[in-house]
Unconditional design. Sequence first.
Length: 116
Amino acid sequence: MAKDVFIGVLKATIVVPGARSLKDRRQALRAMRDRIRSRFNVTFHELGSEHPGQQEIVCTTGGNDGSVVREVMDSVRHFIERAPDAYAAMIDVDVFPWHPEPVWTDDLDGEEIDHG
């Protein structure tokens, strides 16, 4: 029997006060990324930005219990809100059930087969 899968996504715009260069921003974000990844079982991605003082980030996680996934994402949000070197101008968190389309394969060679 297939288990439910829940995906948690956090998107935030992080502002690094006093950052005058991309190097300043990257240094602050590297520290934030390392702390988040060491404390929580999430991915951490920086989205493209050329502004030296701000960066959009995305953190994701998944699991079979939506309330646990929500708890993890809320903990990451609270952690970001308390960050000493930066602040979040915007944070959006969503947890949702994932319902992928099934892909049927032939067990012998991994080729997709048409069951239609």
